[in-house]
Design a protein around this ligand. Structure first.
Ligand SMILES: NC(=O)c1ccc[n+]([C@@H]2O[C@H](COP(=O)([O-])OP(=O)(O)OC[C@H]3O[C@@H](n4cnc5c(N)ncnc54)[C@H](OP(=O)(O)O)[C@@H]3O)[C@@H](O)[C@H]2O)c1
Length: 327
């Protein structure tokens, strides 16, 4: 099969000002490197200064015109205003914003501690709200700008043991859909939704986990560069009010969830056991929900993507399990 990502074509420099929240791992880091290759000016945000230093190095190597970093928790109400003000002070404008920050949580609604559930939801939902409230007035003032929210297949379906994450993604989708409606009066401003399926990133072993089992992404697992390519395409040719799925099975699963709910509910539990929960035991952990783990942040997780998806844009090394996380 011919890859949609290869051969990699040289792109013209665009010199845009791009703010990426969640830029130090997985899809966000792949996206930052992709924008860097277009000589864009980047502002990278995540909670970890250490991971931001590594992301800055990768982006400079990839050709970024400028790289600024800011350690901030996007769930904190004051953080978004601070990072938008700093970006405008430095660059005078913001052309593209990508909100890809998220924390994942596995475990039933009954088993997951309340503060973990709340934090998973907060990062996606209130993170998007805070960021939009800070940046959209700046884009409106210039009648130009693209706001891209990275949502998920889980923003359209539910799955047992993933309630917190599904709530976070359904809520985030509601925020983004509302923003699409509320910016109809400003044709130069686009709000876009990207909805990946299963992507090979560290999020699966960074996740909170109260299932008793190690988890893995269900197949097929795509490369994060695939999502980054969808994001840069939207930045190049903003399409207002789009929701871009990334993953071959997504439309089928969503159709089954909506049209055949009884069959879907009967199958989804056993399928989760087979495709996501591994036989390996895993002790209860809040993962990175409350605190980042920079040493395990990188573009790729440890689940090999199909060969045609493997487009390495920076050196990777296999992620290591924390022995402490195993029982
Ligand atoms: N991987 C998948 O299979 C998949 C599938 C569908 C959708 N998605 C979505 O894609 C997006 C990216 O996921 P990913 O797989 O790339 O995850 P990832 O590798 O774990 O990266 C998450 C990024 O968000 C940052 N972050 C987390 N909490 C934050 C906070 N409160 N404030 C600021 N930054 C924060 C992390 O850095 P720090 O921890 O250092 O802050 C990291 O840079 C998420 O929205 C996720 O829901 C992923």
């Amino acid at each position: 099969m011919r890859s949609r990502l290869k051969p990699r074509r040289a792109r013209a420099a665009t010199g845009r000002v791009v703010l990426i929240v969640g830029a130090t791992s997985g899809i966000g880091l792949a996206t930052a490197v992709a924008f860097a290759g277009r000589a864009d000016k980047l502002v990278l945000v995540s909670r970890s200064a250490e991971a931001l230093d590594a992301a800055e190095t990768a982006c400079r190597r990839a050709g970024a015109a400028e790289v600024d970093t800011l350690a901030a928790d996007i769930a904190a109400p004051e953080a978004a205003a601070r990072l938008v003000a700093r970006t405008v002070a430095r660059h005078g404008r913001i052309d593209v914003v990508v909100h890809t920050a998220a924390v994942m949580g596995y475990g039933s609604v009954e088993a997951m501690p309340a503060e973990v559930f709340t934090a998973v939801v907060d990062t996606a939902v209130h993170g998007t709200v805070h960021l939009a409230r800070a940046v959209l007035p700046v884009m409106r003032s210039r009648h130009a700008g693209t706001f891209i929210g990275v949502n998920s297949l889980l923003g359209s379906i539910t799955v047992p043991q993933m309630g917190a994450y599904a709530v976070s993604k359904w809520g985030q989708r509601a925020v983004l859909r509302t923003l699409q409606q509320e910016t109809r009066d400003e044709p130069g401003v686009s709000v876009c939704i990207v909805s990946p399926g299963s992507i090979n990133t560290p999020i699966y072993y960074q996740a909170a986990n109260y299932t008793g089992h190690a988890v893995r992404p269900p197949r097929p697992v795509l490369a994060p560069e695939r999502v980054a390519a969808a994001i840069t395409r939207l930045a190049d040719r903003p399409r207002r009010h789009v929701s871009v799925p990334v993953g071959p099975g997504n439309p089928l699963v969503i159709t089954g969830f909506r049209l055949l709910p009884r069959l879907y509910d009967r199958l989804v539990g056993p399928l989760l056991q087979l495709a996501v929960l591994t036989p390996g035991r895993w002790r209860r952990t809040p993962g990175t929900v409350h605190h980042p783990a920079p040493v395990r942040e990188r573009i790729h997780g440890r689940w090999p993507a199909p060969p045609e998806e493997q487009v390495l844009t920076m050196p990777t090394d296999p992620a290591t399990d924390t022995p402490a996380a195993r029982s």
